[in-house]
Design a protein around this ligand. Structure first.
Ligand code: SER
Length: 316
């Protein structure tokens, strides 16, 4: 019997992951927690509690009380926001992870998922088809915290037997809960604005290609990694996960196929240099071989699904 704790269940990933986990493990066995209120769907379908992962004693108490066996810790300050509050973001991102790892060591919640990111790479990394093992000199607070986190995860696995599992998520695209403060957020905003206003001002340049993934693919593969036979996992840091690579002008062209009057303009801001330091495309062959990573959304399917679902949601 698995009892699963999701930390950060009100965020972009958490609000969809909880619903998927509840389908698999049963509503009552998936504990959603956050410092923010959850979606109506999450509240209505199973347990939700306010829980601050930065409070170690409370976290440990929660794990013991509810006999938690697995933790998905999704709490983080994203790349753009982290640049505005560097030291605070470092404290939050690292403490949230270290508390989880320590609590795992001291309890039965030995299986941990914690997301890493394409932000672990930096300007000196090969930009195209970036390999799993390569030069890693991230120059953002978020990227430095993710790289350090990967190293700590592997350390807790090797030293204390914590069953740490992670992927380097590309930009995640979803329609249920919008992201906040990330560099890849444009690829979500653009769909909402296309429907609302028929135009979008993009904070990245038109040809800035980045790896992206539709949320359904991200969730499916995250759960697949967590369910994989541990003997098949050759890596205990974080697996590269590629998705599809595109630039703003490409997604704009796709949207135009559905909304011919759609227009886009470009006004790069402080997130442009962050995007420039990240890979344009990623090699995820190790994840495919080890635990069967597979994705199903290309840019056409992603665009039509996003537009359809946002329209449905907004009753348009
Ligand atoms: N999507 C994240 C960000 O832009 C990267 O992991 O911050």
């Amino acid at each position: 019997m698995e009892n699963i704790l999701v930390i950060g269940s009100s965020g972009q990933i958490g609000s969809e992951l909880v619903m998927e986990l509840r389908k698999i493990y049963g509503d009552e066995h998936v504990y959603a927690t956050d410092i923010k209120q959850p979606t109506r769907e999450i509240r209505a379908s199973g347990p939700f509690q306010i829980l601050d992962v930065l409070d170690f004693n409370n976290l440990l108490h929660f794990l013991v009380r509810f006999k938690i066996t697995q933790i998905y810790n999704l709490a983080a300050v994203l790349s753009g926001n982290a640049e505005k509050i560097p030291l605070q973001a470092w404290d939050i991102n690292m403490k949230a992870l270290m508390n989880t790892l320590e609590a795992a060591r001291e309890s039965d919640a030995k299986k941990i998922f914690w997301p890493s990111s394409i932000a672990v790479f930096g300007p000196t990394t090969p930009r195209h088809n970036t390999p799993q093992l390569t030069v890693m000199e991230p120059n953002t607070v978020y990227g430095i915290s993710k790289l350090a986190g990967e190293r700590w995860g592997e350390y807790y696995n090797k030293r204390y037997g914590v069953d740490f599992r992670s992927v380097r998520y590309p930009g995640l695209i979803s329609y249920k809960t919008e992201p906040g403060g990330g560099t890849t957020d444009y690829a979500v905003e653009i769909f909402f604005e296309a429907i609302k206003k028929g135009r979008y001002e993009c904070f990245l340049k038109e040809d800035t290609a980045l790896p992206m993934m539709f949320m359904d693919d991200a969730i499916k593969n995250t759960i697949k990694l967590m369910q994989a036979d541990p003997k098949r996992l050759s890596l205990r840091s974080a697996y590269n996960m590629a998705g599809i690579s595109f630039a703003p002008k490409q997604v704009a062209a796709e949207i135009k196929k559905h909304i011919p009057e759609f227009t886009i303009s470009y006004k790069p801001d402080f997130r442009q240099p962050i995007a420039d330091s990240w890979p344009a495309s990623i090699d995820d062959s190790i994840a495919r071989a080890d635990w069967g990573l597979e994705t199903t959304y290309d840019i056409e399917k992603l665009t039509s699904t996003m537009l359809e679902k946002i329209r449905e949601k907004q009753g348009k």
